[in-house]
Design a protein around this ligand. Structure first.
Ligand code: G3H
Ligand code: 13P
Ligand code: ZN
Length: 332
């Protein structure tokens, strides 16, 4: 049993309370490798932002859960080395799908876990989330639950259709489970293909596809039922057109990739939404930068020569999210 506190990590409780009060959201960035982690830490230190490092099931299968935990411990030391005296870094399990997995993460030194029972019948979701909360809270580890189903297809997270969160259920769910935060479904989804082109309209000024708006009425109703309760938005990548264009320019083939407009995320960040999950945008930044090097310097075979630019591009993206979308800068 390792306590996250010994690793210099923090849970989400105080961070979320401050974010709701201050009208900003904490970035929750997924990481799978060293370059992503370096970019996240540098961006958060340079902008003085708290940050949540997320580990998905896919990441654990790819990089090994134990190694990722030690990398997160290293991230705290790296942040200090970069000049941050008091880093506020959470190590969070993204989309935990069983009690056993959440327990193993708590025991390994994670400071926060998500138990995603959103696909289960309501009573089963309540029972599973409650069981995880009872275990995690013994060690002061915070727990994110989920109500409502997000659409979209991701390696480990898939659902054909979304079901918006039912605001009538949120009081019962949060009271009976004791969860610390709640992921809700208001029209976001995982991956780079969040909307079909036929769901969108064309912006006459830019010629670009504009997706239908998020269901802010559902968010408002949830906030009315649970004033001040921390709300989480998954599937919040914006799918920047510049990266899609760059990938396609350098030999890729991404057709009709559409994300959540940043204006909507800015609006959400000012509300009780205090954690915004971003993974796909970082994948796009990395892929765009690597494709550019491969196309422009086909003789290059030192991985540092393409992973370095990829890391720089991700750092730029993370800083942009913190400074211009979530507003979590200057909070350390
Ligand atoms: O919520 C999904 C995240 O983007 C993680 O995706 O399971 O492919 O690592 P992944
Ligand atoms: P995106 O696919 O929109 O980046 O969402 C990531 C996410 O929700 C991780 O849990
Ligand atoms: Zn998610």
């Amino acid at each position: 049993m390792v306590s996250y506190k010994e690793l210099g990590l923090v849970n989400t409780r105080e961070m979320f309370a401050k974010a709701i009060k201050g009208g900003y959201a904490i970035p929750a960035f997924n990481f799978n490798n060293m370059e992503q982690l370096q970019a996240i830490v540098k961006a958060s230190v340079e902008t003085k932002s708290p940050v949540i490092l997320q580990v998905s099931k896919g990441a654990r299968n790819y990089a090994n859960q134990t190694l990722l935990r030690y990398m997160a411990e290293g991230a705290v030391q790296y942040a200090k080395e970069l000049g941050c005296e008091n880093p506020q870094i959470v190590l969070h399990l993204d989309h935990g799908d069983s009690f056993e997995l959440c327990k193993s993460c708590v025991d390994l030194g994670f400071s926060s876990v998500m138990i995603d029972g959103s696909h289960l019948p309501y009573e089963e979701n309540v029972a599973l989330t409650k069981k995880v909360v009872e275990y995690a809270h013994q060690y002061d580890v915070t727990v994110e639950g989920e109500l409502g189903v997000l659409a979209g297809v991701e390696d480990e997270v898939s659902a054909e259709h979304h079901t918006y969160t039912n605001p009538e259920e949120v009081i019962d769910f949060s009271t009976r489970t004791g969860c610390d935060s709640l992921a809700i479904s208001i029209g976001t989804s995982h991956g780079a293909y969040k909307f079909k082109p036929e769901q969108c309209h064309v912006d006459p000024a830019t010629g670009r596809l504009v997706p239908p708006p998020l269901a802010f009425d559902v968010l408002d109703a949830v906030m009315e039922k649970l004033p001040g309760f921390p709300i989480v938005l998954h599937g919040s990548s914006s799918v920047p057109q510049e990266y899609v264009d760059m990938i396609n320019q350098y030999g890729g083939k991404l057709e009709a990739a559409i994300g959540i407009p940043e204006d909507e995320l800015r609006k959400a960040a000012k509300s009780a939404v205090c954690k915004i999950n971003i993974d796909s945008d970082s994948r796009l930044a990395m892929t765009a930068a690597i494709r550019k090097v491969f196309a422009e310097k086909p003789a290059e075979f030192d991985p540092r020569k393409y992973l370095g630019p990829a890391r720089d591009e991700m750092e730029k993206l993370y800083k942009h999210k913190i400074l211009n979308v979530l507003g979590s800068n200057d909070k350390l």
